[in-house]
Ligand binder design. Structure first.
Ligand code: NDP
Length: 329
């Protein structure tokens, strides 16, 4: 039986999500990798327990996380039953619909048909009555935005979600979605977007839009999938994400290309008295619009390292300038 640590709220910091009533931990745990049917359940259990024991109250899932798709939600369902059920009200669980999930025209994108059927499936897999946050995982170029946002609002009205969010929407799409959701009395809580030292697109308008609209930002892959750590400094280790062939989101070619910058960033992190992973997390959190850094971890040790980012979240102007110069090279 799992009994959560009594001092689990001692060290974590919590940020308010936009202009909502909801606070999120500044570091949240993503379930995209490491919790699927091909992964070791007991390793996932230890990571999830360690996270919760250190104040990570937010676990982020999606219908398609696995592989196979759906299996990360099944893993969560099992861990909820076996470990976390007594703590349900201390947890913020999110899921999403948008990517390819089942065959035929109703198995992906943003129709009302797909979104609400997918949420029902997710709830069943996770053994939950409701999720805390339900997201549109990506904008659908063909479905009217009113329909997709209407499906999110219905989920709240049906009691199947407490809050709604969007992911991977452009600043303009975000503005429109926020307006529609406001009209439906279901304000957009949060936007989930990729942001790291190696991918700064959100600085080009999205963060300002989120601030204006009162929407929180939870940023994914702040470690650029492991590149902004010591993982690849001495080659590509067996079992690392860049070696996984069932998904090709990070390739050895990406790693090789970014390595010169990564080495320089690593040196600066050392001068700050922290690891590169810790500096990379602190760096995304320096933006006031960023509510939470959504990290992944394949071991408890990695998560431990990442949590220690909290020990130094501040940057001097000089350090920020050095980073800018490295990134420009
Ligand atoms: P990260 O950038 O944090 O990468 C996590 C990976 O980096 C780990 O799995 C591990 O890879 C490696 N790593 C982490 N910490 C360390 C460390 N201290 N030392 C060495 N290596 C480390 O985030 P993810 O790309 O995993 O994304 C996080 C979450 O964001 C996802 O789980 C998901 O919830 C969400 N997401 C959302 C998307 C969207 O479209 N909305 C898209 C992508 C992600 P290794 O396996 O090599 O050990």
């Amino acid at each position: 039986m799992f009994i959560a640590s009594a001092d689990r709220y001692e060290t974590m910091k919590y940020n308010r999500t936009g202009r909502s009533g909801l606070k999120l931990p500044v570091i949240s745990l993503g379930w995209w990798y490491n919790f699927g049917g091909l992964d070791l359940l007991e390793n996932g259990r230890l990571i999830a327990r360690h996270a919760f024991d250190h104040g990570i109250t937010h676990f982020d899932l999606a219908n398609n996380y696995g592989p196979p798709p759906g299996s990360a939600e099944e893993t969560f369902g099992r861990l909820l039953r076996e470990d976390f059920a007594p703590y349900r009200d201390e947890l913020i669980i999110s899921t999403k619909a948008g990517y390819d999930m089942w065959p035929g025209p109703y198995g992906e994108w943003g129709s009302r048909k797909y979104m609400l059927a997918s949420l029902d499936q997710s709830l069943k897999r996770m053994g939950l009555e409701y999720v805390d946050i339900f997201y549109s995982h990506r904008p659908d170029p063909e479905t009217p935005l009113e329909e997709t946002m209407g499906a999110l609002a219905s989920a709240v009205r049906q009691g199947k979600a407490l809050y709604v969010g969007i992911s991977n929407y452009s600043p303009e799409q975000t503005r429109q979605a926020a307006r529609i959701l406001r009209e439906l009395s279901t304000p957009c809580l949060i936007h989930q977007a990729r942001y790291s030292l190696l991918d700064r697109w959100v600085e080009d308008g999205l963060l300002d839009t989120l601030e204006e609209e009162g929407i929180g930002a939870i940023v994914f892959s702040p470690l650029a999938q492991g590149q902004l750590t010591d993982r690849y400094l001495n080659g590509i280790p067996e079992g690392a994400r860049a070696t996984k062939t069932e998904r090709v989101w990070l390739t050895p070619k990406d790693v090789k290309q970014n390595l010169p910058k990564i080495r320089k960033l690593n040196k600066l992190a050392g001068q700050r008295g922290q690891s590169l992973a810790q500096m990379a997390i602190a760096w995304v959190l320096r933006k006031p619009q960023v509510t939470s850094a959504l990290v992944g971890a394949s071991s408890v040790k990695q998560l431990e390292t990442n949590l220690a980012a909290l020990n130094n979240l501040k940057f001097t102007q000089e350090e920020l300038k050095v980073i800018e110069d490295i990134l420009k090279e």
